[in-house]
Design a protein around this ligand. Sequence first.
Ligand code: ADP
Ligand code: MG
Ligand code: MG
Length: 248
Amino acid sequence: MLEIENLSVEVGGRRILKNINLKVESGYTNVLFGPNGAGKSALLMTIMGFTGYNIVEGNIYFKGEDITDLPLNERASKGLGIMTQRPPNMVGVKLRDLLEVTAGEKVNIDALVHELNMDSFLDRDINVGFSGGEIKRSELLQLAAQEPSLYLLDEPESGVDLVNISQIGGMIRKLLHGEMKCAGKRRKEGHSGLIITHTGQIMDYVEADKGYILCNGTIMCSGNPRELLGEIKEHGYEECIKCKVTQS
Ligand code: ADP
Ligand code: MG
Ligand code: MG
């Protein structure tokens, strides 16, 4: 689904990502850990194709195609979608109107709206006056309506209360794995995720297949996401930086 090879990125003339190698297979969900300022958001923004993230080395492949030089809109139409960490307010743009413009042909918008309990937000300006959890639900609604094949999720649980987290987590699970209450079914072919998580909380809802730890713009290690999270909780990121565990 996604393959990143030896990627280095500059923002404002500063190199913030160095020699990144990362892969997400079709139907799999990987998580990206890392301390504040590591470059996690920058990596997702680069994958999506936002301007200002200048690729100075390396390549990004999506569904086998080199998309390194493609603009954001073309990446989106190929099936890449992002939920950013700090989405902007869109004064004058109703949620309903944006959904109608961006939704895929076969999408049941009403069902998604209902699922995320967003009925009363449809005629409001996007994100204006929304709480933290409401912003995330609104973003997830917009993203789900686009039906991407790769979901790039930047800290979907941050700033979200417990009620919202179960709604958001449950929805992400459904989007990535299929039916919510379908035990044992972990893969939804053609639907993959790359999720940034600071706390690992989203892993209570989504089965993560592989984890990566990003520190100082570099992938320090990769492996079983639960083991990595355990290491982070026990030793903190400082130890991860020091030990530089080999990739697995
Ligand atoms: P994380 O998401 O891991 O907390 P970020 O990707 O947001 O980290 O930021 C990584 C580094 O890049 C930080 O030092 C940040 O200040 C810097 N950075 C991000 N965006 C910009 C920008 N537009 N201009 C200058 N520096 C930036
Ligand atoms: Mg951060
Ligand atoms: Mg970030």
